[in-house]
Design a protein around this ligand. Structure first.
Ligand code: ATP
Ligand code: MG
Length: 435
């Protein structure tokens, strides 16, 4: 009978799991202490444990703290299902379709991501919980399981270390600590299969090895080029998430070089990659990434759309020029902007709000270049002026815009309204508009 057979397989699997006993390390002997973690993540773990669930800190948080780095965020893994997690906390949202997760809010903006232990798809009880597209890409990954099964479903061995901050132990099912010490990034399971079921792991591998200065092991390195084209099957929204992780956390420039080394950047921004044949543009992108990293390291704010405006600037310029032969300059710009954004949305798409920011930065370039007397005050008062001005500085830094234009706007910002009006009225029209 079918049921008996699956029980038999489940039993076999359970037996097999017994062999998957973790190595258990004392966390203090590895210089890991609860006070290295946020009170929020500690509260989430202890609340879940008090309610009778298993709960661990896992992923980049544990990995980075063990390496003496500051972790970007802390993730929690538990045997509680998302609905059960939700019942344990006052403010908790269940998100995701492909991979259901609970976000436990600690304040209005910040949350801890709580994932339920995952199992292999052969354990699925409902067909809706597991789905694989014909290319072999997993499009639904909601089969829950045990910690042993979860440890095999994670991407890299160094990301599969489970830290219990209450018992102060680390559970290692996959020799992750050894890899951590040897600075090796090793994909769990068979690389071909794991990259095929989720090609985003290629981007994660490149980003994590670049960030930690780890070497990807040979099987992973060999598998990457084979599966790169599958990145074109990943949704624009998911690639946008990866874009933010790659470029908006202070390591943008080195991630950019690593992505290009493995020919992966073209899968995020294809038109940008093509436009790199123009030296000035590559220099402009590198300059922008460097500035963004510096801003992040000095605690300044950055807007996620600014870099996209930079990445797509040469494709925009090129299309704008082509269109000018058949329409007015103004119309050509409007059409080129929409065409370039539409083309980009086929790969790494971005939320509408960011698209609007990109449009504003680009349209304001024209206003900055024209320096129309009647518009100067209006341009200065535009909420996007600062971003557009920074963009103009970037252009000037690669000689794509006359420094006289940026000098004008630099001075304009330092003058009060009366002096500015006086400057505009006394400056000859030709001096104001020439560049
Ligand atoms: P960081 O937060 O520094 O970017 P991270 O490794 O914590 O790195 P997250 O995206 O926060 O990355 O994911 C948390 C953990 O979830 C990972 O460490 C890994 O164990 C697991 N994980 C995330 N994405 C995948 C994936 N695509 N396939 C398998 N496991 C994954
Ligand atoms: Mg993380």
């Amino acid at each position: 009978m079918k049921l008996k057979k699956s029980n038999f397989i489940a039993k076999l699997f359970r037996k097999r799991k017994l062999k998957l006993a973790p190595k258990i390390y004392s966390a203090t002997s590895l210089h890991l202490h609860p006070d290295q973690f946020s009170s929020a993540v500690l509260t989430v773990v202890s609340t879940l444990q008090q309610k009778g669930y298993q709960a661990y800190i896992v992923g980049g948080g544990v990995r980075d703290q063990l390496l003496g780095l500051t972790a970007k965020d802390f993730d929690v893994a538990t045997d509680a299902h998302p609905e059960q997690v939700k019942r344990c906390f006052q403010r908790c949202l269940i998100i995701g379709k492909r991979f259901r997760l609970a976000h436990v809010y600690i304040n209005r903006r910040d949350y801890i991501e709580v994932a339920t232990f995952r199992a292999g798809h052969e354990q699925a009880k409902h067909k809706d919980d597991a789905h694989v597209k014909h290319e072999g890409i997993i499009s639904r990954d909601n089969v829950y399981g045990t910690i042993e099964e979860d440890a095999l479903r994670r991407d890299f061995s160094v990301n599969a270390l489970y830290y219990d901050p209450i018992k102060e132990v680390i559970l290692d099912f996959n020799s992750g600590l050894e890899d951590l010490q040897n600075k090796t990034l090793r994909l769990l399971g068979k690389p071909d299969q794991r990259l095929q079921e989720d090609p985003v792991r290629i981007l994660r591998g490149i980003r994590i090895s670049c960030k930690l200065n780890f070497t990807m092991d040979t099987p992973l390195l060999e598998a990457i080029p084979k599966h790169l084209p599958l990145l074109s099957k990943i949704s624009g929204g998911r690639l946008f998430d990866e874009y933010t992780k790659l470029f908006l956390h202070g390591k943008g420039l080195s991630n950019f070089h690593c992505l290009r080394k493995y020919n992966a950047f073209a899968y995020l921004f294809p038109e940008t990659e093509i436009a790199f044949k123009e030296e000035w543009f590559k220099a402009m992108v590198e300059h922008a990434l460097d500035n963004t990293d510096l801003r992040i390291h000095s605690g300044k704010t950055i807007h996620p759309a600014f870099l996209i405006a930079v990445f797509l600037y040469a494709p925009l310029k090129q299309r704008n020029l082509e269109l000018q032969s058949t329409m007015s300059k103004k119309q050509a710009l409007i059409t080129a902007v929409e065409e370039v954004l539409k083309q980009q949305a086929k790969t790494t798409s971005m939320p509408n709000y960011f698209g609007q920011m990109v449009r504003d930065i680009w349209f304001l370039q024209r206003a900055l270049e024209l320096k129309r007397k009647t518009k100067v005050l209006e341009v200065l008062a535009n909420p996007r002026f600062r971003a557009a001005y920074d963009f103009a500085l970037l252009r000037a830094s690669v000689s794509e815009l006359s420094p006289r234009i940026t000098e004008f706007w630099t001075e304009a910002q330092s003058l009060d309204e009366r002096k500015l009006l006086a400057k505009i009225t006394t400056t000859k029209k030709s001096a104001l508009t020439s560049s």
